[in-house]
Design a binder for this molecule. Structure first.
Ligand code: NAD
Length: 506
């Protein structure tokens, strides 16, 4: 079955110009029915990416001199447009990235919340008034934008993640070059069209489509002050290495994870199973925060595993446009193959397979990228790769633990540290895991997924470098200045420093 929707015509947007240089092009496919082409897009060369940076630099002085409240008002316009188009945006997203349409709608709402948050902060303080040692001095801290931000984003949150980054960057007076994932360019382009319709002036937000060539050209460009990256560790590492060549470059990297749910012996079983299923298999395990490990107190493991597997078997996996499905396909055939390799690896590393998962046939026989959940039990062993590396798919290990100390040690035994949930009624255990586990987002009696924009979002270790996005991003896209004014008629210095130019008595 092929779709009646015509493919999107892809174009870069640089300053006021929407264009396709008619060089190299690439297609965006629907992962649920691969033969459906969602759009055809130009793939930016380094020269096109450089041109976008020039346009963003040119627009920067005028943009930063506008009032922050004017900039916030443009976000209010944008909010109205996103509300108007929410269903159409969710549908386009479902067709392009394979997430179930209800989940895509939730992502559109998350993006809308970020826009509303940014609008709301437009009239909030942008600095602090501070005291000085010298009574005649007024001292304050103000924030200034850095200049041009390159925003490089992944496919799995193609609407909300760009808004987490573009929103605070533009509000604070930076201009941007946005490069969406080559797997989800149509939704990225639609977002930029909405910014234009909302009245953001030309050059303030530029769009270049493409892959690593375009992304790397942006990172190498000395005209970029800030790189805001969300994606895999391997790419984030490369971006940080390239950025080391630029003396005042700020880089915020949100990267992969090996998140986990810890189920203590006193956990409510139903709640624990629901939390673990949602953490592991929502979005087919393709959230940065998806759990691919559930650590279970040994005495509870058999009961937990039986209920967990029975629930995983019942999950409805299918067409992303069918609102009744729990999850859809994975993003592309390469992702199917990667998950299958990790399923094999787990077997080779001694997994006791509890639920055979892997490549699935679609209900209508159309080739799609469907995978069913693979669940296994494995004792923790340092060095076992399947339980330490990011898989990014429906692949889950149940790992027994004896004590809370054991559980924290197992949780921390990966190179990632993004998200963690603990299921317990014991307030001392909650606090122990909060303090001993290495993560950016922690949840109690909840799944380890489910961000809200007014909270910081980011991780530690290979998951991130401590520059959270969403509400926390203001710290990354601005720098602080101290501003000190003397109201006296002579100069008095702090720390008793003398201003005596002629020299005092010997
Ligand atoms: P990816 O790293 O393959 O691609 C991300 C972006 O980087 C894309 O736009 C891509 O074109 C670009 N890119 C690729 N090579 C580049 C280079 N050399 N220089 C500059 N840019 C380059 O990631 P993906 O497959 O799109 O997304 C999945 C990954 O993203 C997973 O690892 C997931 O955990 C992670 N992720 C993290 C978060 C978070 O907040 N921590 C959120 C979502 C996704």
């Amino acid at each position: 079955m092929s779709s009646a929707v015509s493919p999107v015509t892809g174009r870069h947007r640089i300053a006021e110009r929407w264009f396709d240089p008619q060089e190299k092009r690439f297609e965006s496919h629907n992962p649920a029915r691969w033969e459906e082409i969602v759009g055809v897009f130009p793939s930016a060369t380094a020269a096109v990416a450089d041109e976008a940076v020039v346009a963003a630099r040119a627009a920067y002085p005028t943009w930063r001199r506008t009032s922050r409240i004017y900039r916030a008002d443009l976000f209010d316009n944008l909010a109205q447009l996103v509300k108007r188009d929410a269903d159409a945006l969710a549908e386009l997203m479902a067709r392009e990235c394979g997430k179930v349409v209800t989940e895509c709608k939730a992502e559109v709402i998350e993006g809308l919340h970020m826009i509303q948050y940014v609008f709301g902060t437009g009239r909030m303080p942008i600095g602090d008034v501070l005291e000085s040692e010298v009574p005649e001095k007024d001292a304050s801290m103000r924030r200034k934008p850095w200049g041009v931000a390159a925003v490089i984003t992944p496919w799995n949150f193609p609407f909300a993640v760009p808004l987490w980054m573009l929103g605070p960057s533009l509000l604070e007076g930076n201009t941007c070059v946005f490069k969406p994932s080559e797997d989800t360019p149509a939704i990225g382009q639609r977002l930029v069209e909405l910014f234009e319709e909302a009245g953001f002036p030309p050059g303030v937000l530029n769009l270049v489509h493409g892959d690593a060539v375009a992304g790397e050209a942006l990172v190498r460009n000395a005209g970029v002050n800030v790189v805001l990256f969300t994606g895999s560790y391997e790419v984030g590492r490369r971006i940080q290495q390239l950025s080391a060549e630029h003396h005042d470059r700020i880089v915020a990297c949100e990267m992969g994870s090996k998140s986990a749910v810890i189920v203590c012996e006193d956990a409510r079983l139903d709640l624990a199973v629901t939390a673990a299923i949602v953490s592991a298999f929502k979005t087919s395990g393709q959230r940065c925060v998806s759990a691919s490990r559930v650590l279970v107190a040994e005495p509870l493991l058999d009961r937990f595993a039986a209920k967990f597997v029975a629930t995983a078997q019942r999950l409805r996996i299918g067409d992303p446009l069918d609102r009744g499905n729990f999850t859809g396909p994975v993003i592309h055939h390469a992702a199917v193959e990667k998950v299958e390799r990790y399923n094999e690896l787990a077997r080779a590393e001694g997994a006791e397979v509890l639920l055979e998962g892997g490549r699935m046939k679609t209900q209508d026989g159309v080739p799609g990228c469907y995978l069913s959940p693979f669940v296994y039990r494995m004792d923790h062993r340092p060095g076992a790769r399947a339980i330490r590396e990011e898989v990014f798919g429906p692949h889950l290990a149940l790992i027994p633990f004896k004590t809370n100390e054991d559980a924290a040690r197992i949780y921390n035994d990966t190179e990632y540290g993004l998200s963690m949930a603990v299921i317990t009624e014991d307030y001392r255990a909650m606090r122990y895991f909060r303090d001993e586990c290495q993560f950016g987002m922690g949840y109690v009696n909840l799944p380890c997924i489910g961000a809200e924009v007014h909270l910081p979002f980011g991780g530690v270790k290979k998951s991130g470098n401590g520059h959270p996005s969403a509400a926390g991003l203001v710290e990354t896209v601005t720098h602080k200045i101290a501003w000190t004014v003397n109201h006296g008629t002579e100069i008095k210095m702090a720390q008793g420093l003398t201003t005596d130019i002629e020299g005092g008595p010997a």
